[in-house]
Design a protein around this ligand. Structure first.
Ligand SMILES: *Cc1c(COP(=O)(O)O)cnc(C)c1O
Length: 394
């Protein structure tokens, strides 16, 4: 085996795969199979008993998916990774494995809309309760931790308000109470932020976003200790079954190779657009963690490599004017999701966060005037010009 590189850019390309094990195939083969044959009945018995390692059935493991899992574990600096059929499959598998009926979870104030939906479902079905916390300081967190609390779950930067939570602060409180910290790291990708290095316990990705990067896969990932991932693999992943297909794993492996260069461009474009948009008279506010004027900028600098490829802004206007602005865009596409080559714009209050009751949504800072832009890989001047011409329509 060649010398292992510690560079992120090299690891996304080489880690976890050796062409010598695959007839020299440079590209990871797609093991498009549901089941695997055993040499003998005795070998099948040993595989099932765990006495010998081998592939049995693709819900329990698939070689193409394994390559992806090993690569992600390595670049997130975790012991093990599991791949899922969607980000929500990863989030639900992790949250269900860390809780049982009547437990309690402390959650960041501002989370992905469907994660909110999942927490509501867990409450209704299993009385697993949750409290939202701003997580601006230790005091706020301590006040919400109860004897029944079994984990802390958060997103940073928060979707779509772009507030940043200090991961080291959360970890220091969590350690006192011996609680695992779970971070949805989708907005950063492993390139910009590594929560496990800062002491968090589980990292989750909607790999649909930056890790894929091309808008053609829905997938999820969870990274954490060998022990926890093995438990999830044998329970909430195996028995609920939200696994990733081999072809989708292959697309993610392909996307991953360009993650660092894509992220650099996403971040560069975003910073330029933010600087420009702040000077536009119709814009009430621009929220971007990489903006030196952002209230959480110091935390951003501490735990993120760059500010990321997403920002949100408030447009001074009615709902109708906001829709006129979005409809007037010629290149930027109106779509949820993020992290793709194409710039995508969406209106959280009526789209991604519409399932959240209005009062809760407003308390999260998601106003009716808030618009989120996922900055693509186009020339930033073209994105700027598109926004400019559409602002002129209102
Ligand atoms: C998209 C997204 C999810 C859900 O992931 P899916 O792949 O769509 O299931 C979870 N968290 C964040 C922050 C997301 O952006």
């Amino acid at each position: 085996m060649e010398k292992k590189s510690t560079h992120f850019e090299t690891k996304v390309i080489h880690t976890g795969y050796d062409s010598k094990d695959h007839l020299g195939s440079l590209s990871t083969p797609i093991y498009q199979t549901s089941t695997f044959t055993f040499d003998t009945a005795e070998q099948g018995e040993r595989f099932f008993a765990g006495e010998e390692k081998g592939y049995i059935y693709s819900r329990l493991g698939n070689p193409t998916v394994t390559v992806l899992q090993e690569k992600i574990a390595e670049i997130e600096e975790g012991e093990a990774c599991l791949a899922f059929g969607s980000g929500m499959a990863a989030i639900s598998a992790v949250l269900l494995s860390l809780t049982k009926a009547n437990d309690h979870v402390v959650v960041s104030q501002g989370i992905y809309g469907c994660t909110y939906g999942l927490l509501t479902l867990m409450e209704e079905k299993y009385n697993i309760n949750h409290d939202f916390c701003l997580m601006e300081n230790e005091q706020q967190l301590r006040e919400l931790i109860k004897p029944e609390t079994t984990c802390i779950y958060l997103e940073t930067p928060i979707n779509p308000t772009m507030k940043v939570i200090d991961l080291e602060m959360v970890v220091s409180v969590a350690k006192e109470y011996n609680l695992p910290v779970v971070v949805d790291n989708t907005f950063c990708s492993p390139y910009l932020q590594k929560p496990l290095e800062l002491g968090c316990d589980v990292v989750i990705h909607s790999a649909t976003k930056y890790i894929c990067g091309h808008g053609d896969v829905v997938a999820g990932l969870a990274v954490g200790s060998q022990e926890l991932m093995a438990k999830i693999a044998m329970t909430t992943q195996k028995d609920i079954g939200g696994i990733l297909a081999p072809f989708d794993a292959w697309l993610l492996l392909r996307g991953l190779k360009t993650l660092p260069i894509r992220m650099d461009r996403h971040c560069e474009n975003t910073l330029k657009l933010v600087e420009w948009l702040k000077t536009e008279p119709l814009i009430k506010a621009v929220y971007y963690p990489g903006d030196p004027n952002h209230p959480d900028y110091e935390i951003t600098k501490k735990q993120m490599k760059h500010g990321g490829g997403l920002f949100s802004f408030e447009l001074n206007g009615t709902k109708q004017q906001i829709q006129t602005f979005m409809n007037g865009l010629k290149m930027i596409k109106i779509a949820v999701s993020l992290g793709d080559a194409e710039s995508l714009i969406q209106h959280p209050a009526t789209m991604t966060h519409s399932v959240i009751p209005e009062d809760v949504r407003l308390s999260m800072g998601i106003t009716d005037q808030l618009i989120r832009l996922s900055v693509g890989l186009e020339a930033w001047e073209d994105i700027r010009d598109d926004i400019k011409q559409s602002l002129e329509l209102i």
